[in-house]
Ligand binder design. Structure first.
Ligand code: TXA
Ligand code: MG
Length: 342
């Protein structure tokens, strides 16, 4: 199958493909999603196949109106509606109880809930409008790899397996949406994103955070949390403190392989880098770093000589909380140890 690139002027053609039950990747403000007609169980099944995604991991349903949510949700609690009105379109996914048999088990992974997201990205809202159906949309990467933030990333992982990609250039936010469970009496954040706990609490009051690591035999709240995630082939090391970088550079010098170095510009400029250090700038702040993290990890994945990647930590709150959540997973929790370097 040839994977075609749809431009802005070709949204009707992309929508026609969705209506035929084909897969079309779409842009959002966070990452690219792998789109299929959420009401077509056969099409949704192909999303799992194309990604190599475990079938018990439910999909987010993308909508372009609250009215579209009303067609599939059993009810929209008052607080959920307040959040929709405040943060939609935007990077907040809201889990609600599903109307009986409103969507197939392939979408929900057999749960009695469904996750809704109204992305802040006009071409994709137009695509949903033209298709006339909500679209499922997991991140459009091969399962386990960093999420795609450009159409090229999607093409790299999925070309030949999907009908097309709607190209809108690089995404703005770069880390996936906040997932908030509103299907129980105690709302809880299952995955941190650009809409923060503080943002949510300013609208509905105190909530829980439940994005801990899930053990093998534990039933996770968000099934996706139990799988290996965002992992490039090289080992990723988290560099906790700015003062550790001299040691990092000394360590790189001792390695027989190339090392990817992901840090803010000010750090890269300060250090004298050895030949085997390959730099990737995370920009000037945590916003830049979040937008660039997955791109950096992916670039090093295409360089077989890079066997380790050292990556800068940011303070673990607000957007930094989402950034550190992704970085921790890609590193499998491994930190660079400055004391181990002579
Ligand atoms: O920013 C985003 O959310 C992107 C863009 C494309 O919209 N999408 C995305 O989808 O990240 P995905 O499938 O890669 O991640 C969705 C997460 C998974 O961890 C999944 O387990 C969880 O949300 N999830 C989906 N439906 C759920 C449900 N009904 N209950 C609990 N967790 C759910
Ligand atoms: Mg994903």
């Amino acid at each position: 199958m040839d994977t075609r690139i749809y431009r802005h002027g070709e949204i009707d053609q992309a929508a026609a493909a969705i209506k035929r039950g084909e897969l079309v990747a779409f842009p959002t403000e966070t990452v690219y999603g792998l789109g299929a007609d959420a009401t077509n169980a056969e099409a949704v099944k192909n999303v799992y196949l194309a990604k190599g995604r475990p079938s018990d991991n439910p999909l987010i349903v993308h909508v372009n109106s609250i009215a579209m949510v009303e067609q599939y949700a059993a009810e929209i609690p008052a607080n959920a509606r307040k959040l929709m009105e405040k943060f939609w379109p935007g990077s907040l996914t809201i889990i609600l109880k599903i109307k009986k048999r409103a969507l197939s088990k392939t979408v929900t992974g057999g749960l009695n809930t469904v996750a809704f997201r109204f992305p802040d990205c006009q071409p994709t809202l137009d695509l949903i409008e033209a298709a006339g159906v909500p679209m499922v949309g997991p991140s459009a990467n091969t399962s386990g790899k960093p999420s795609p933030t450009t159409a090229q990333h999607v093409y790299h992982d999925l070309h030949g397996k999907i009908a097309g990609i709607l190209d809108n250039g690089p995404t703005r936010v770069g880390v996936e949406s906040t997932v908030l469970d509103m299907s129980t009496d105690q709302p809880a954040i299952l995955r941190p994103g650009a809409v923060t706990k503080k943002d949510i609490e300013s609208v509905i009051g105190s909530i829980d955070v439940n994005h801990h690591k899930v053990g093998k035999h534990e039933t996770p709240k968000a099934p996706g949390m139990k799988y290996k995630h965002y992992a490039p082939n090289a080992q990723v090391y988290i560099v906790d403190s700015e003062s550790d970088w001299d040691k990092v550079v000394a360590w790189i010098k001792q390695q027989p392989f190339d090392v990817g170095m992901m840090a803010e510009e000010k750090i890269l400029q300060k250090e004298v880098l050895p030949m085997n250090a390959i730099q990737f700038s995370l920009g000037k702040n945590v916003q830049d770093a979040s937008a660039r993290l997955f791109d950096g990890l992916r670039q090093f994945d295409d360089q077989p000589n890079v066997k380790a990647i050292v990556t800068q930590a940011f303070p673990d709150h607000d957007l930094g909380g989402a950034y550190m959540n992704r970085l921790n997973k890609s590193a499998g929790g491994v930190h660079f140890d400055p004391n181990a370097v002579k």
